[in-house]
Design a binder for this molecule. Structure first.
Ligand code: ZN
Length: 782
C-alpha cells in the first residue's frame, strides 16, 4: 500500500510581505518556489492534499500569551494602520508586519496543527507543511526573528497535552534550521513529554539568536532535564557528514530510547549549501538521509514544517529531497562525506552534558572515524559509498582492536646485521653498562640559542634529573626544550628536579659530587665520577662562548666534549651502523629532517634543533606506504604552536595506507633523533641491536623505549636491503587515551601542516591539493 503522505500549501501565506524592502530574505517566493518544484517533480500528485486552516485562539493559547494572540489577530484588522504596524514592528527583534501577516501566521500555525493531528490520528502516515512565516524563534509573548507564531510548538503542545485521546504521550521536535529555536526551547524547557533537539550554528553565542540559549549546557529544567538537546556548531561550513554524525552519535540513540509517538521537524533549510544566511553545507542528499533516519522513529509518523531557508534553489531541492524520503523513494542523491575537524569535539561535548540523562551515550566511547586514504577519497560519493566508507565505518570501534597483522615487508634474518650493530657505548669507566646522555637546547629572551650537550652517567638516576643536573651545573635555563613531544609535565619535573638538585649541590663538599637528589620520584643516591664532572665543567666554560656566538659555536662544544671524553677515556667512537629511519610527519620534508641531523630550523619551527652528534646527511631516501593509521594528537607543541602533531597507531590496520619516507642513517643518528623527538629524556634504554632483536621477536613489532613520552615507542616495520626500518610513535598507553578521548586529537597547526605538505609535494610528487587532502583525511576528532 502506498503510504499516505499529506501535503499542505496555501497561497494565502504569501500575503505576509515586507512592504519596505524588496529583498527581505523571508519572502513569499520561498514557498511558491518549493511548491513549484514539488509539483514539477510529481511529488504533489503523490501526496494527499490537506487544506490549510487558521489556528484558533484556544489552540494558540497552549503556548502563547493572550496578549500575543490578540496582537496577531488585530494586525489583520483594517483599523490597524500602516503607521501603527510599522511603529509596532520596531519594538520587536527582526520582525516586519503588513496587513497579510495575521492570516499568513494563523494559517501557518493551523496547517501544522492540522497535518500533525491527522498523522497522529492515523489518517496520514506522515505529512509536510510548505508554510511561512516560520515559527521557532517566536516566544510565548512576542514575535521574533521573522517568526510570528511558533507553528511547530503549538502543534507539539496540542498533541502532547490537549488531544490526549490520540494517545500521543511523547513528541520529538527535531530542529535542523541553522538558527537555534529559542522559542521552542523555552516553551518546553521543563516538559519531559516534548523533547526539543536542535543542531545550529552557535559561534560561541554570537550567531542569531545571540546569547547562551543554544549552548549544549542548556539541557532543560526541572522535570524536563535531559529533554532539551542543543548541538552548537562553532562556525560555518557544517555539512552532510557532520549532521549525519550528530544523528548517529547523539540524536538517533537518544530518540530511540525516548521512543516518541510522533516526530515534528522544524525544517529550516538555511543550513543548506548556498544559503546566504547560514553559510553551512548540507546538500539535498544530506537532508534525504536525515529525514529517512527520522522515519525509523514513531512508525514513520513524521511531520515536516518549513522554518527558515533563503536560497530559493537550495530550499526547493532540499524540501524535495525530504519529501522523497517520506515517500519512500530510493536514495539517488549524493552525500558529501568530509567531516570538519571540530565535529567530533562538539559531539563529545554535547554527550558529556547529556549522558547523565541518557546513559546510552556513555556506554560506548566515541569511536574515532575511519577516514579513507586519499587514493580512495573523492570530493563526493554516492550514498552507498558514503555509508560504506564513512558512516558505517564510524561504528567500527573494533577497528582499533584489529588483531596485529604481519609487517608488510618480509623480515629476513637479522643475526648478521646485529653482529654489525653497535650501539653508542662509551661507558667503560662508568657505573652503568649503558650510559645516559643529554642534549639540551635553551634560548635566552632574545631568542638566541644556548646549547648544552653532554654525556653524563650517574648511578641510580636517569631521566629528567640528569638534565636537571646538567642544567644546574652548566647554569643553563631549563625553560626551553626543542622537540615535538614537548609536554609540559616533563619540564615541570625538570624544573622541580633542578631546584632541588641546586640546593643539594650547594651543600656538597667541593670536588666530590656526591649526595642525594630529591626528585618527584623520591630520593636517590647518586655520585658523579670525575670524568663526568670534567665534561660538565667544560660545558660550563663553553656556555659563555655560546651566548656570544650562537648556534654556530655548537661544533666547538662538540669537539670540546669529544676531547673531554677522550681525556677521560669515556668512550670509543663507534663505527656507524646503518638503519632506515621511517617518518610520516614533518620529517618527510628533507630540509626539516636535516634540522634533526645538522641542527637549525626551517620556517614554521619556533625552536632550533640541536642536531645529531654525527651530522652526516642520510645516505639514501625512499618512500613507502604502511598499513598504520596516521592521526594528529595533542593540543599544542612549543615547536609548532596550537594543534596536533603526527602519530601512527602502532597496531596495523587493514585498508589503511600511510605515506612514509625512509632515510638511511646510522643507529647513533637514529638515537639522537629519538632523543630530540622526546626532549628532556635521558634514558639508559637507548635503541640498541638488542632492542632490534627483541622488536623482531615481538609479535607486534613495537616496544616502549620511553614509557610515557609522546614518541616513546619504537616500531619495527621490516627491512630494506638487509637493514631494519624503524619509526617511532606514541606508546600504546597513549593510544588508549587517544581512543578514549582522554588525550585530544587536533588538526595540525598551519606551520606543521605546511611542512608536511612541502614533503609530500616537493619530495613525493603529490599535487598541493592531494597533499592537503591527505593531511585533512588524517585529522581525527578528540
Ligand atoms: Zn533559521
Amino acid at each position: 500500500m502506498a503510504s499516505r503522505v499529506g501535503l499542505v500549501y496555501d497561497e494565502r501565506m504569501c500575503a505576509h510581505e515586507n512592504v519596505d524592502s524588496d529583498d527581505h530574505p523571508e519572502q513569499p517566493a520561498r514557498i511558491t518556489s518549493i511548491y513549484q518544484r514539488l509539483k514539477a517533480e510529481g511529488v504533489v500528485d503523490r501526496c494527499v492534499q490537506v487544506d490549510a486552516r487558521e489556528a484558533t485562539p484556544a489552540e494558540l493559547s497552549t503556548v502563547h500569551t493572550e496578549d500575543h494572540i490578540s496582537l496577531m489577530q488585530e494586525l489583520g484588522h483594517k483599523s490597524f494602520g500602516k503607521k501603527k504596524r510599522r511603529r509596532l514592528q520596531e519594538t520587536f527583534d527582526s520582525i516586519y508586519f503588513n496587513e497579510g501577516s495575521a492570516v499568513a501566521a494563523l494559517l501557518a500555525a493551523g496547517s501544522v496543527i492540522e497535518v500533525a493531528t491527522q498523522v497522529a490520528e492515523g489518517k496520514l502516515a506522515s505529512g509536510a507543511c510548505v508554510i511561512r512565516p516560520p515559527g521557532h524563534h517566536a516566544e510565548a509573548d512576542r514575535p521574533m526573528g521573522f517568526c510570528l507564531l511558533n507553528n511547530v510548538a503549538v502543534a507539539a503542545h496540542i498533541l502532547a497535552h490537549e488531544k490526549t485521546e490520540l494517545g500521543v504521550k511523547k513528541v520529538l521536535i527535531v530542529d535542523w534550521d541553522v538558527h537555534h529555536g529559542n522559542g521552542t526551547q523555552h516553551m518546553f524547557w521543563t516538559d519531559p513529554q516534548v523533547m526539543y533537539f536542535s543542531v545550529h550554528r552557535f559561534d560561541q553565542g554570537r550567531f542569531y539568536p545571540p546569547g547562551n540559549d543554544g549552548n549544549c549546557t542548556e539541557v532543560g529544567g526541572e522535570e524536563g532535564k535531559g529533554y532539551n538537546i542543543n548541538v552548537p556548531w562553532p562556525n560555518k561550513d557544517y555539512g552532510d557528514a557532520d549532521y549525519l554524525a550528530v544523528w548517529k552519535y547523539i540524536l538517533m540513540p537518544v530518540a530511540r530510547q525516548f521512543n516518541p509517538d510522533i516526530v515534528l521537524i522544524s525544517a529550516g533549510f538555511d543550513s543548506a549549501r548556498g544559503d546566504p544566511l547560514g553559510r553551512c553545507n548540507v546538500t539535498p542528499g544530506g537532508y534525504f538521509q536525515m529525514t529517512r533516519q527520522l522515519m525509523e522513529l514513531a512508525n514513520g509518523r513524521v511531520v515536516l514544517a518549513l522554518e527558515g531557508g533563503y536560497n530559493l534553489t537550495s530550499i526547493s531541492e532540499s524540501y524535495l529531497a525530504c519529501m522523497q524520503a517520506m515517500l519512500g523513494d530510493s536514495p539517488v542523491l549524493k552525500v558529501e562525506h568530509d567531516l570538519l575537524p571540530e565535529t567530533f569535539p562538539v559531539i563529545k561535548e554535547v554527550r558529556k552534558h547529556l549522558q547523565m540523562y541518557w546513559p546510552i551515550l556513555a556506554e560506548e566511547p566515541l569511536p574515532v572515524p575511519f577516514t579513507p586514504a586519499p587514493s580512495l577519497a573523492s570530493k563526493s560519493s554516492t550514498l552507498q559509498e558514503l555509508e560504506g566508507m564513512v558512516i558505517e565505518s564510524l561504528d567500527e570501534d573494533q577497528q582499533w582492536q584489529t588483531p596485529p597483522q604481519p609487517a608488510i615487508i618480509p623480515i629476513t634474518d637479522l643475526i648478521d646485521l646485529l653482529s654489525k650493530l653497535r650501539a653508542w657505548d662509551g661507558s667503560s669507566d662508568i657505573v652503568h653498562d649503558e650510559p645516559t646522555s643529554s642534549t639540551v637546547i635553551t634560548s635566552d629572551e632574545k631568542g638566541k640559542k644556548i646549547i648544552s650537550s653532554g654525556e653524563l652517567s650517574f648511578a641510580g638516576i636517569s631521566g629528567p634529573e640528569d638534565i636537571a643536573t646538567v642544567l644546574q651545573l652548566s647554569g643553563a635555563d631549563s625553560s626551553s626544550f626543542a622537540g615535538e613531544g614537548d609536554g609540559g609535565a616533563v619540564e615541570d619535573e625538570v624544573a622541580t628536579g633542578r631546584m632541588e638538585v641546586e640546593s643539594e649541590f650547594l651543600r656538597s663538599p667541593s670536588g666530590t659530587m656526591e649526595g642525594i637528589v630529591n626528585t618527584k620520584a623520591g630520593k636517590e643516591e647518586w655520585n658523579a665520577l670525575g670524568s663526568t664532572r670534567k665534561i660538565v665543567q667544560n660545558m660550563d666554560e663553553s656556555r659563555n662562548e655560546l651566548n656570544a656566538s650562537g648556534i654556530d659555536s655548537y661544533r666547538n662544544v662538540s669537539s670540546d666534549l669529544s676531547s673531554s671524553e677522550e681525556a677521560s677515556g669515556a668512550g670509543d667512537i663507534v663505527e656507524p651502523s646503518y638503519m632506515w629511519y621511517a617518518c610520516y610527519g614533518s620529517n618527510m620534508w628533507r630540509p626539516r629532517f636535516m634540522c634533526y641531523i645538522q641542527g637549525g630550523k626551517v620556517e614554521g619551527m619556533s625552536r632550533t634543533c640541536i642536531g645529531c652528534r654525527d651530522k652526516s646527511p642520510p645516505l639514501a631516501s625512499e618512500w613507502l606506504s604502511i598499513p598504520s593509521r596516521l592521526f594528529f594528537g595533542h593540543e599544542s607543541t612549543k615547536m609548532w604552536g596550537l594543534g596536533g602533531v603526527a602519530f601512527i597507531d602502532p597496531v596495523p590496520e587493514a585498508g589503511i595506507l600511510t605515506h612514509v619516507r625512509i632515510y638511511k642513517i646510522t643507529m647513533e643518528q637514529f638515537n639522537d633523533v629519538l632523543s630530540q623527538e622526546n626532549p628532556g629524556r635521558v634514558e639508559r634504554s637507548w635503541m640498541t641491536g638488542r632492542h632490534i632483536a627483541q622488536l623482531k621477536k615481538e609479535s607486534r613489532h613495537f616496544l616502549d623505549i620511553f614509557e610515557d613520552e609522546w614518541y616513546g615507542t619504537v616500531k619495527y616495520l621490516g627491512e630494506k636491503d638487509g637493514l631494519p626500518i624503524l619509526t617511532f610513535t606514541c606508546p600504546e598507553s597513549h593510544m588508549k587515551k587517544f581512543r578514549s578521548g582522554e588525550f585530544g586529537t587536533f588538526a595540525p597547526p598551519e606551520s606543521y601542516r605546511n611542512v608536511i605538505v612541502h614533503g609530500l609535494v616537493e619530495d613525493l610528487g603529490l599535487t598541493e591539493e592531494q597533499a592537503h587532502d591527505y593531511v585533512s583525511s588524517a585529522i581525527l576528532p578528540k
